[in-house]
Design a protein around this ligand. Structure first.
Ligand code: CA
Length: 225
């Protein structure tokens, strides 16, 4: 799950970025309208939601929104705005935004809006299961044969990635990019630490691991449906 934030107020951008990263999102931030639009257009297929400030240096949020909509009609766009007169809000929605949120807002409020719009746009389910394991994105919970399992944020994101791709081999480079949000040459041995932790929490003693090692390539969870 990847989110673009275009916001020139550093304190607000950092506040949102840190909160979203804690929730397991990959986040890109731009503090400039032109650069923000370029990022949005270059990676529009990658973004699950775009958060746009209204007043920005370079290009304002309305213009960015209109330009994105020329290329892509699906990606949810939410305005972050102090402009809260009815006319301004209508103007924003007519430019192609899906929603707006007024500053100041609480992080929980923003997160709830993001989830609503991701769900509308989401063709995949928010519940994933395999091998007796169930992962619920909405509740942020994991159960094993109905019994809750406590996972750290990264363990959760890694398991989510495997379940979204169940039946397929997940390559180590893909895992490091999608789960750790690292796009340069990087020691991927960190993955092993998390695989071991997940296996300890999810596997049945004495039985083969639900996470299969595909030697020299990566890992997979079998699709049992
Ligand atoms: Ca601004």
């Amino acid at each position: 799950m990847r989110i673009l934030i275009v916001e020139d107020e550093t304190s607000i951008a950092n506040f949102i970025r840190d909160g979203l990263q804690e929730e397991g999102f990959a986040v890109d931030v731009s503090d400039n309208g032109k650069e923000g639009l370029q990022l949005a257009l270059d990676f529009v297929e990658e973004y699950d939601v775009i958060l746009l400030d209204w007043m920005l240096p370079g290009l304002n949020g309305i213009e960015i929104c209109r330009n994105i909509r020329k290329e892509n009609t699906v990606v949810p766009i939410i305005f972050l705005t102090a402009k809260d007169t009815v006319d301004d809000v209508i103007f924003g929605l007519e430019a192609g935004a899906n929603d707006y949120i007024r500053k100041p807002f609480s992080f929980e409020e923003l997160l709830a809006r993001i989830r609503v719009h991701m769900r509308k746009n989401e063709t995949q389910p928010f519940l994933f299961s395999a091998a007796g394991i169930e992962l619920d994105i909405d509740k942020h919970s994991v159960t094993k044969k109905g019994v809750p399992v406590e996972l750290t944020q990264k363990e959760f994101s890694l398991l989510e990635y495997f379940l979204r791709n169940k039946g397929k081999v997940c390559r180590r480079t893909g895992i490091i990019e999608k789960v750790w949000d690292i796009h340069f040459d990087y020691d991927t041995s960190v993955i092993d630490v998390y695989i071991n932790a997940l296996r300890k929490k999810l596997d049945e003693p004495g039985k083969p691991s639900i996470i299969t090692t595909v030697r020299g390539i990566g890992y997979k969870i079998e699709d049992d449906e």
